[in-house]
Design a protein around this ligand. Sequence first.
Ligand SMILES: NC(=O)c1ccc[n+]([C@@H]2O[C@H](COP(=O)([O-])OP(=O)(O)OC[C@H]3O[C@@H](n4cnc5c(N)ncnc54)[C@H](O)[C@@H]3O)[C@@H](O)[C@H]2O)c1
Ligand SMILES: O=C(O)C(=O)C[C@@H](O)[C@H](O)[C@H](O)COP(=O)(O)O
Ligand SMILES: [Zn+2]
Length: 359
Amino acid sequence: MQVAAAAPYDVVIGNNLLGELPGLLGDDVRRVAVIHPRALRTSGDAIRDDLTAAGFTAHAIEIPDAEEAKSAEVLAYCWSVLGQAGFTRSDAIVSIGGGTTTDLAGFVAATWLRGVRVVHIPTTLLGMVDAAVGGKTGINTAEGKNLVGAIWEPAGVLCDLAALESLPRNDYVSGLAEVVKCGFIADPTILDLVEKDPAGASAPAYEHTEELIARAIQVKADTVGGDLRERTTTVGGAIGREALNYGHTLGHAIERLERYKWRHGAAISIGMVFVAELARAAGKLDDATADRHRAVLESLGLPTSYRADAWSHLQDAMKLDKKTRADRLRFVVLDGLAKPTILEAPDPSLLVAAYAEIS
Ligand SMILES: NC(=O)c1ccc[n+]([C@@H]2O[C@H](COP(=O)([O-])OP(=O)(O)OC[C@H]3O[C@@H](n4cnc5c(N)ncnc54)[C@H](O)[C@@H]3O)[C@@H](O)[C@H]2O)c1
Ligand SMILES: O=C(O)C(=O)C[C@@H](O)[C@H](O)[C@H](O)COP(=O)(O)O
Ligand SMILES: [Zn+2]
């Protein structure tokens, strides 16, 4: 499917897609850096060897697994490899890995020489349905999640479904949290497909996996296509890309408190139940849709509650959420199923009441 952008690009879903890579890199590219996490060393080396055989000068850059990759130190390490290998503006980055790899590699591409071409090959469910699409890139700091980054769109995204077979179950289920998010904010058929057989949906062999992936990518592509830079949300009016941040205000705060050791989808799962309770307490969301959050996420084995004693720390962390304006917290909530909106500066008593429901 195609993502509308200044330079529109394709997200390809299928099997054995690596043959598409040279075409996505373009005719000018001579050198390619293949950025991969430690766990995917074999895949990274194989892509490097294929590109070398196809006439490119290819380098493999190994980065740490998971959130450890999204740091200033790893970013600087990648810059130094590119500098030593003489990377110019006609050279390119290929990322192969999960969302942490595509976020880091995308930021390397955005910043090297102020921007070089990047192709993403996501290997996790979360990477395919969310992180590799839409151009958000970045790293974490001790103060918060994704606080430093850039919007830098890829030249193409290759989602090779075979990669999901080696993914640990907890990482697969973490990706399902973002799929379910797309169900609540835009495409309720996703929820029906998950609820039909939650145990089956928790593994890539599920009969509806490809449809779930395609539907979630469609939600992401449609949303970023209309508001790439997250600027169109108006108070009480239309909501653009910020809708994709559903559950992320509290979710990112939990990730920071857990020092980025938690899976993203697990934290976002709790964050979605929190905003469902907040919307219910604010009189916006009906009981059935609010209750559906906890039911569907728990049926997948995702967490839906967090420590009662953490509230003041979470409040502090949320102050640095990217949707916050001055001292006004802003939450994506639902006015109803698939009707996302922004709740501006909710009364503290509503926040406390919502947190009491999940703690
Ligand atoms: N840029 C965006 O729009 C966007 C969207 C959603 C999430 N994110 C970010 O994505 C990150 C989470 O991504 P994730 O859930 O993919 O986690 P991840 O990148 O940490 O991958 C999970 C683990 O699986 C390993 N792995 C990856 N592919 C594998 C495979 N095929 N087989 C076996 N192991 C494999 C990784 O090395 C890692 O240890 C978070 O940092 C989040 O903030 C970004
Ligand atoms: O693409 C978006 O926009 C999203 O908000 C998708 C989220 O799932 C993703 O986790 C994103 O990285 C969060 O962005 P941030 O701007 O809150 O850091
Ligand atoms: Zn997310």
